[in-house]
Design a protein around this ligand. Structure first.
Ligand code: NAP
Ligand code: NAG
Ligand code: NAG
Length: 333
């Protein structure tokens, strides 16, 4: 019976994974790392996990120690920086030395790594489609990608062979109503806060550029599968053969912006005067602030034959159908 630690346990993904693991493996002990100031969902975790309330991710020693007490650590907290994954790696290494049995890390990355940096908002049939079954694609992941700071730490740790590592990489995750999450997750957060700061929902050019999306239930079932594989030490390949790209559906930015504009107008008509999206003609701040303008302008192209080969089988309904429920009460979130 493996013991499991979840970082980011009160989050959109973390809380859903904990509940799914407990329902599939009710006898597996799960620890939920929660920072003291978290206002979210302790009620969702009651009875399904032991709560470890320690400091936030700046507490390297505390997270390292907590990780060293578990067989498997799932990082559902942060993929934009190297913490907390560096602390988890250090803790699992220490456990391996003590127990003679390797610890395993399951890290959640994100499809933002794999945008083509197009600047026209149009679909580009020439763009590279990143493929999880191509080891060279995984080796090409670098620190300047959206989730590169954390992914490279995990891949390097896995390559040493001291710990077993797995990286599960969903694209934009949606479907909060289906998992009763109070939070909308970082994907929706990015899209809607960008729109809020602009006062409209943008698409660029003809809006045919595509965004990859992943239903939370599809992600969560796959995480349960991978946790099972980590527990039974089924995978013997290298760290570069344990990177899984997940996608439920690709949507065009125009279709997404059109759907979201009507919903945000319904939720917050004072900010969103129009129920229509705004067509932006030039790449720049009118499409988004900072990094987000790249998402709006580019294509996110990934494919996951390796994930499918170990059981990823997406069945979630479209983000376009979920958006209305996902963003209900958005002004109060
Ligand atoms: N949602 C998506 O579209 C998506 C797509 C691809 C990848 N991902 C990745 O999946 C992971 C989970 O995303 P999510 O959407 O579930 O995020 P989320 O709902 O924002 O959850 C983040 C979790 O991390 C905790 N946390 C945040 N800052 C912390 C800090 N400084 N110290 C300790 N804990 C902290 C939060 O706790 P509090 O309750 O205390 O705030 C919460 O439990 C992230 O790594 C994300 O990049 C998400
Ligand atoms: C899993 O959840 C059930 C309730 O559904 C609970 O009785 C059980 O103790 C939980 N398992 C663990 C390990 O906490
Ligand atoms: C971490 O564990 C070490 C060794 O058991 C201990 O000395 C140290 O005080 C712990 N630190 C924290 C912050 O828990």
């Amino acid at each position: 019976m493996p013991s499991i630690l979840v970082l980011g346990a009160t989050g959109f993904v973390g809380a859903a994974v904990i509940r799914a693991l407990n329902s599939t493996h009710p006898d597996w002990p799960i620890t939920a790392h929660v920072r003291p100031q978290s206002k979210h969902v302790k009620y969702l975790l009651e009875n399904v996990a032991r709560i470890a309330e320690i400091g936030d991710w700046t507490e390297f020693e505390a997270i390292k120690n907590l990780s060293s007490e578990h067989d498997i650590v799932i990082n559902a907290g942060n993929s934009f920086t190297a913490d907390p994954v560096t602390a988890a790696v250090a803790g699992l290494r220490q456990r391996g030395v003590k127990n003679g049995r390797k610890g395993a890390l399951i890290h959640i990355s994100g499809g933002g790594n794999f945008i083509d940096f197009g600047t026209t908002g149009a679909f580009n049939p020439e763009s590279k489609v990143w493929d999880d079954s191509k080891v060279d694609d995984i080796k090409a992941i670098h620190k300047d990608m959206f989730n590169g700071q954390s992914d490279t730490v995990v891949l390097e740790a896995g390559a040493t062979g001291d710990i077993d590592t797995f990286i599960v990489c969903p694209s934009v995750v949606y479907g909060r109503a289906s998992v009763e999450s109070p939070g909308i997750g970082v994907g929706w957060q990015l899209i809607t806060s960008n729109a809020k700061s602009l006062g409209y929902v943008p698409y660029l050019g003809d809006g045919s550029a595509v965004l990859s999306t992943t239903h939370i239930q599809d992600l969560v079932s796959f995480l349960v599968t991978i946790t099972g594989r980590a527990a039974s030490e089924l995978d013997t390949g290298s760290a570069y053969e344990r990177f899984y790209m997940l996608e439920t559906e690709r949507v065009s930015w125009k279709a997404l912006a059109t759907t979201v504009a009507a919903i945000l107008h319904r939720e917050d008509p004072a900010t969103f005067r129009s129920p229509e999206p705004k067509r932006v003609l030039e790449f720049g701040d009118e499409a988004g602030r900072g990094e987000v303008k790249h998402l709006v302008a580019a294509n996110m192209l990934l494919t996951g034959p390796r994930a499918k080969s170990v059981g990823f089988n997406p069945t979630g309904k479209s983000i376009l159908e979920h958006a209305s429920e996902d963003l209900k009460g958005w002004g109060q979130l």
